[in-house]
Design a protein around this ligand. Structure first.
Ligand code: IMP
Length: 431
């Protein structure tokens, strides 16, 4: 049974929620391997809207093991809220279906405070973070003062870890941010009050996952955000603080890369971005507004309006290479219906020179003038199409052009928000 990584190839919000929900049917185990509750999936279950930020949406399917891997940063308050919300609505019946890595780092209340205060202090260079404490939690992991989920199982160790973390944090809070220092005892009590509700889920998830794989389970590694927000390969510093590319599926869940059989990249048929940072194909005209409206481009986590633009094959080409994509999952093709002409960016003109690689420095990206090819659009709505052949010729040509430029075949095309509004050319989970 194949083990498949699903990642975003743009700046996040590519429509992973629907796809991950669709594939949960075929996988036995679903794993989150990076990020935290900066992500957000909106799903409709039996007519009821469910928004999940942390727990893999596979939890809504019976008998699927959902794992929050070591690479994720966990806000225990959010975790409990999601568990309780799901249980209340009858969506999560068997507690054995959720496991959280003992090695996953905890997002502490001060991480959120620091995240918000810091971004505010950046003024013009503001990243526009989600304010969920993601960056500061990863910082503490790298500087080895973070507190891990496993520490909740051992109050003595937990106390030591809290004291160690706060010695340094309080210096920053007091001296740099001019705010009141935090009381280590109160912080310890805060964690102890939450721990009872989560310790039952905490385990060695790497061991568990490898065992499941050895028994023949099929695993879906569910990426959050997108490759252009990767802390190394994205538009640094306007990025998130984790590795969002497929390689992180191995390190973030404790498996070897050789267990991965395929990587599928979710790609919106146009481009969107929330938060700050360069966006070469951004449209500030009527077409941009139309994409925003028709595509309902508002963030599930922060409710912010997403910036919209044409499909950027230079940026997605960069992601294709970084992720080693086996196939493309093209979403929201229906949002482009009704436009006379469509544009695809195939190069950037920077300082008079046209290039087709994605620059790693912000000034080049800010100066990049997109070089477009134009293709005819289609007038008719396409949400009823279930086979590739049922799409208008111009829509097929648009997909064909993207495949040709990227050198990767399209496996799935999404033509509407519902599960059924999907054209499956090749199911990644069927060998
Ligand atoms: P952080 O992840 O909260 O630190 O935010 C860093 C940047 O990543 C900001 O521009 C956010 O808007 C963006 N970001 C974080 N998570 C997501 C996501 O799930 N979708 C889209 N953008 C995201």
């Amino acid at each position: 049974m194949p083990n498949i990584v699903i990642v975003g190839t743009q700046w996040g919000d590519e429509g992973k929620g629907k796809m991950v929900d669709l594939f949960s049917e075929y996988a036995n185990v679903i794993v989150r391997f990076q990020g935290g509750n900066n992500a957000g999936h909106t799903l409709v279950v039996k007519g009821e809207q469910v928004i999940l930020h942390l727990i893999p949406s596979g939890i809504l399917h019976p008998n699927k093991l959902c794992i929050i891997g070591n690479g994720v940063v966990v806000d225990p308050g959010v975790l409990i809220e999601e568990i309780e919300g799901l249980k209340e609505k009858g969506h999560f019946k068997d507690s054995e279906n959720l496991k959280v890595s003992e090695e996953a780092h905890i997002i502490m209340p001060y991480h959120k405070t620091l995240d918000i205060l810091r971004d505010k202090a950046r003024k013009k260079g503001k990243i526009g973070t989600t304010g969920r404490g993601i960056g500061p939690a990863y910082e503490d992991k790298a500087s080895r003062v973070g507190i891990r989920m496993g520490d909740l199982k051992d109050p003595k160790r937990l106390k030591e870890r809290v004291n160690l973390a706060l010695a340094e944090k309080n210096f920053i809070i007091k001296e740099y941010l001019g705010a009141d220092p935090l009381n280590p005892d109160e912080m310890f009590e805060y964690l102890m009050a939450l721990s009872d509700k989560v310790v039952g889920y905490i385990t060695n998830t790497s061991l568990l996952l490898n065992k499941k794989i050895a028994e023949g389970a099929s695993v879906m590694f569910e990426g959050a955000q997108g490759a252009l927000l990767d802390v190394d390969h994205g538009t640094f510093p306007f990025v998130t603080s984790s590795h969002t590319v497929a390689g992180a599926a191995a390190t973030g869940s404790g498996v070897g890369p050789t267990v991965i059989d395929g990587v599928y990249g979710i790609t919106k048929a146009y481009t969107t971005r929330v938060g700050s940072g360069p966006f070469p194909t951004e449209l500030s005209d009527e077409i941009g507004k139309r994409l925003q409206k028709k595509g309902a481009e508002f963030g599930a986590t922060t409710g912010r309006r997403r910036r919209c633009g044409w499909f950027d094959a230079v940026a997605v080409g960069h992601s294709t290479r970084l992720n080693g994509l086996s196939g493309l999952i093209i979403t929201k093709l229906d949002v482009l219906s009704g436009l006379d002409t469509l544009k695809i960016c195939i190069g950037y003109k920077i300082d008079g020179e046209v290039r087709d690689d994605f620059p790693s420095d912000i000034p080049s990206l800010e100066n990049a003038e997109p070089v477009y090819i134009e293709l005819p659009g289609w007038k008719e709505e396409i949400d009823k199409a279930r086979n590739f052949e049922e799409l208008p010729k111009t829509a097929r040509d648009y997909i064909g052009k993207i495949e040709e430029i990227l050198g990767v075949p399209a496996a799935i095309i999404s033509v509407g928000p519902d599960r059924e509004d999907t054209i499956i050319i090749k199911n990644p989970f069927e060998e």
